[in-house]
Write a protein that binds this ligand. Sequence first.
Ligand code: ZN
Ligand code: ZN
Length: 500
Amino acid sequence: MSGQNTLLPNLKTNGRKEYVKQADINHLVKGVALLAGGILAASCITTELSFPVRGFLFCVGAALCVIGVPFLVKFYKEVKAFKEYVPQWDKGRGIFDRMAKELNVWYEEGEELVSCDGDTRYYLKLQRDRLEDKGLRMQNVVRPVKGKSFGTAAFSRKSAWYTTDMLYEEISRELRFLKGPQILYQRQVEQVMYEIVVHTPNEKETDHLMITCPNCGAVSPVSQLVEGCRYCGTRFRMKDLFPRVVNTYFIRTTSIMKHTTNQRRIMGILMLVMLLVCMPGVMISSEGVIPIALFTAYLTALICGGVGGFVITSFMMIGSLFQRDGMKHLPLFRTLRSRSRIKGMMKRMDPNFSYEKFEGQMVALIRMAVFAKEPQNLTAYCGGKRDDRFADIIEMTYTNGMCLQKVRQNGNVLHLTLRTWWINYSEVNGKIIKTGDLIDATFAKNVARRETPGFSITSVNCHSCGGSFDAVRQRNCPYCGTEYHMEEDYWVIEDMKLVR
Ligand SMILES: [Zn+2]
Ligand SMILES: [Zn+2]
């Protein structure tokens, strides 16, 4: 099932099949109502009504109970099935699912990803090295959320080079850090997983469109990879090269579905408790007439438990909106203003500028500079000594907050200072700590040069001889020795501060 949004023509959703649906609350309501009514009618046997009436009411009551029980059994079975249900990714649905599945396999077995570009693979390797240095293991399993959801949403933007899709979906994520067999930390969170995917390259531009070789990682124009990579000789078909995930990140969320489940549970429990609590009182006040006592108790439970539960859960819902999971306060208006400021400024320099892509690039650079063992070796990092606390970070969740702090232009070089919002996990003295962090990073780039589409931080082309080389391990071209300056092609980090 896929739908086109009429308000935002670039937004499409691809629904996910619910193999096991959430239990039908109607079954519970019917079952409880029949049972309650049945018990009430049957309890009339204890009154002083004439025997035929009592007998009749008892039979009716018993019948209602017999009809009601199967509904409860059905509801219980549905709840159990839903609880045991583990939604799976479906490779046939496309790149979003493929990438999610590959990520799970990476964290489980260390098998390399194939749907993403070299930069994402590199960042994952840096993270794995950091964990290994600390003697830790990280388990990270992402799954589609259970119950009703909009499925995968896609926001498309076509440029002169290719189409860029921002795909996102609500997921449930299990995060666990282990030292040997011991679990140091675990938690299950609901997040939105984002994947930035490029596909459908412009056939006329394949000579200029750069992409990393899926085999050796060197950067070459798409047209050349189709004829055979000049570094490793592998030939690729267009469908081996595209679509490709160029960035992925997670953002925290609270799903409506979780709230509804909570609300039902709390209302149900409260009703039951109210029923039991007021039973003795109503027995006394009704002078032992059981049907009247029961009826009063039902009414009390329904009103107090139902209304009370609704009010309590509504407050909880409002509370959860303000609960930022340790994330530092994000000034909403400043964020929005800063977003339009960045857009306005960058659009003047590059008409193809996309904020989503820019945001993804900045996030990827920061992640790489944080996870690198020695950031000074990264061509994309020109800052001084890094804050020692960065070396303890083992997992980073970007929380979709980015504010422009300062802009400065020196000739053709633009310097931007951005404040970014994160939830980070660090290992300090054998303990895992979760912190809401701000990272203030200053980026620089020569804005006179148009950015090459498909630019890779890990593999670059020498400005002097054109040779492709691994910019992560060396700053000088291995073919001609020329020093490589990434700020000529791409953003570099000049400074990075941690505010905790
Ligand atoms: Zn190659
Ligand atoms: Zn060179």
